[in-house]
Design a protein around this ligand. Structure first.
Ligand code: ADP
Length: 384
């Protein structure tokens, strides 16, 4: 790849959401031409990439046809057509992460089996074909309440996950193929971003702590760095490093972890691409997750993951009760606060809890960053 004039390099990205947008922006700093495939018309990445093609990346023909004249292909979402990627790889196209890695990760059943069979800490789970099969296992005493049910494929942002606490929740079980996992007694949710290039170099970012809003089941605050004892922080970084090596993944990998009340770490799930829990790296770390992903897939030396300044990240979600063409309130006031960095994705329509942007708040003192973040959440409103 070094031989290719970087300005002539055609980089394809499957998916044109906000992650694709930020990836395309990072690629443009090296004058790499980005080609993006996604179905929607109003996609965040469409306005910043070199060429946008409208089409479904889950469809074999569309994905194959899109990829065949590119130099390199990557993803910003894992639910893409694997067979098309396999065919492209067979013709010599570099696809990172590879179809083999995506195949494991896009199916939470295979992903859990990969983790458990390689000795990574994963709570006990089993796979089921249907709701009836889950109910039969429950009646037979093979599983016990409470448990977590996860769709094997195509879940997103908590929509593919149900915590089943008591009998009356059973009516809400998913019908589709799923896995049932024992509940972890969660004290903190942690995420560690790792990156690897083709020649096997690996780096990890400082662990971050994610605080979820229980109502929307969406991230409310992200703290960087996570408040963890150094030994746990090291353990989390080590886990991420070992997982990316075992997968042989090229690019970035988000490793979501649970810390339980006995100070044990468990792997929740993996994302083989830039991730919401890495947005803060744009301002908070020496190398952003997007630049790092490009370094990985271009087989450049990986960049430093050192923290420049602690930060808090909040998502800008569509305000409840508003739907339609979006308006932002409170931008001026928030921009007046020191260290506030606002990112607007460019989705034309808002709906309740839709991810419309994010804000990273930098401060040498994390407690002060959190106070500023609360202020931002109060003032900055996404309405219609
Ligand atoms: P998504 O793919 O939507 O991000 P996750 O697998 O991260 O789904 O699960 C969403 C949430 O469900 C987690 O943030 C966590 O709060 C809860 N959860 C998932 N698995 C477990 C588990 N084994 N024990 C307890 N809670 C869990």
């Amino acid at each position: 790849l070094e031989k290719i004039v970087i300005s002539d390099l055609k980089l394809g990205i499957l998916g044109g959401g906000q992650l694709g947008k930020m990836l395309a922006l990072a690629a443009s700093s090296w004058d790499v031409k980005t080609y993006i495939l996604d179905e929607g018309e109003d996609m965040p990445a469409a306005k910043v990439c070199y060429e946008f093609r409208q089409g479904n990346f889950k469809d074999y023909e569309t994905a194959y046809d899109f990829g065949k004249n590119l130099d390199l292909l990557t993803v910003e979402i894992e639910s893409v057509n694997i067979e098309a990627l396999e065919a492209l790889e067979q013709q010599g196209l570099r696809v990172y992460p590879s179809s083999a890695v995506l195949k494991i990760i896009q199916d939470k059943g295979l992903q859990n089996e990969f983790l458990a069979s390689n000795g990574f800490p994963k709570s006990k789970f089993s796979l089921y074909e249907s709701k009836d099969a889950v109910l039969r296992a429950l009646n037979a005493g093979e599983i016990k309440l409470p448990f977590v049910q996860k769709l094997r494929r195509f879940g997103y942002d908590g929509r593919g996950v149900k915590v089943i606490r008591e009998k009356k929740d059973l009516e809400h079980l998913f019908e589709e193929p799923s896995l049932v996992e024992e509940c972890v007694n969660i004290s903190k949710e942690i995420s560690v971003m790792a990156a690897r290039n083709e020649r096997g170099e690996v780096v990890v970012y400082p662990p971050v702590e994610m605080v979820f809003n229980p109502k929307a089941n969406l991230l409310e605050y992200l703290f960087c760095p996570a408040a963890l004892e150094p030994s746990l922080s090291n353990e989390a970084e080590n886990l991420a490093k070992r997982i990316i090596e075992k997968l042989g993944l090229v690019g970035v990998l988000a490793v979501e972890l649970f810390l339980d009340h006995d100070n044990r770490l468990w792997v929740n799930e993996l994302a083989p691409r830039p991730h919401n829990s890495g947005h803060h790296t744009i301002e908070s770390c020496i190398t952003s997750q997007y630049e790092q992903h490009l370094r990985g897939i271009f087989n450049f030396p990986l960049g430093s993951t050192k923290l420049k300044m602690p930060s808090v990240m909040v998502n800008l979600l569509g305000e409840a009760g508003y739907q339609g063409p979006v308006r932002y309130e409170g931008l001026t006031e928030c921009m007046a606060i020191e260290g506030v960095k606002i990112h607007i994705y460019g989705k034309k329509e808002t709906r309740p809890f839709r991810k419309m942007g994010h804000v990273t708040i930098l401060d040498h003192d994390l407690a002060r960053a959190k106070a500023k973040a609360q202020n931002v959440l109060k003032k900055l409103k996404v309405v219609a």
